[in-house]
Design a protein around this ligand. Sequence first.
Ligand SMILES: [Zn+2]
Length: 396
Amino acid sequence: MATKTGVPPAASASPAVTLSKQEVLRYSRHLIMPEVGMEGQLKLKQAKVLCIGTGGLGAPLGLYLAAAGVGRIGLVDFDIVDFTNLQRQVLFGTSDVGHPKIEAAADRLRNLNPEIQIDTFETHLTSENALDILKDYDVIADGTDNFPTRYLVNDASVLLGKPNVYGSIFRFEGQITVFGYPGGPCYRCLYPEPPPPGLVPSCAEGGVLGVLPGIVGTIQAAETLKLIIGKGEPLIGRLLLFDALGMRFRELKLRKNPECPVCGEHPTLTKLIDYAEFCGIRGEEAPMPETTVPEVTPKELKARLDRGDDVYILDVREPHEYQICHIQGHLIPLGELPRRVNELDSSREIVAHCRSGKRSAEAVEFLRKAGFRKIWNLKGGILAWSDEVDPSVPKY
Ligand SMILES: [Zn+2]
């Protein structure tokens, strides 16, 4: 069993493939190590790796795999480079903002190593296209950031019998393992059920230390290279946990679940399913549920303040968000509202706001239940205020 010996059987290099003089020079620091050598470098040259996502994890993955000479690298992404990506997605530069990630990523990797082939898939990975896209690659590297795609990548990898080098990040913490290796566990063995929608915040909601995906994605790249050359002890059946704040690595043993619906002894999941539905997430086209709390738009609020109306602004964000920007609101974080409700005067008109309007809608609902009648939610939060009223307020 692969997990016992630690070294999975790697494909042997075809004798017909050789390195040019140029390639020998480029990869000389690999070639002089007996663990890689000419044999390992030729395996890398013939290897095909699919990187799903070219964001925070995909950046170091793509860069190091290309630099190491992985002969064919597939990239899957549909996104556009955004200004907020640059804090961690080191494949992109400021001049790439507004351009498709896949083009900027492919240009960067081709410039890094013109000897290799870069395949681009500018698309969402879906149940319809996943098997077709994954089937041509030897190793799958999952650099996605959402549960439906993780289950999709897992199931497609298991169905195709391909290892899935997995990484995930949140705030200061990362996880890395190799799923789907024959004999080893898969993502569903670890997480049979997705978390309830909205329970686990995304990096966009919870933040992430810029260097964290660099560390986690680099470990994924190292695991991918090891799988290809067949050396060392891969992270099969081992979940590596990294905590950047404490600067500690821990390791959990993962076991294959014999009852696993996709990789178990009697699999019930034999084809790809609807992953948005499985994770309880609405289709993207579905409209947001109608909010039930009374709202005021930023323009209406501005007009009322300009008229000199007595409107009390309640800011329910966190203190560190207030430091980024504020509109002179009285700060009571949503979590403290129940015990600080006595700071509010229910006879006054109150407009509650947060960053985007979601938390403040909860605050308005809570206060209405507590008997407040003259209370409104600022539609779209301080982001909309910046867009519609005062562009000098920074967005974050
Ligand atoms: Zn499984």
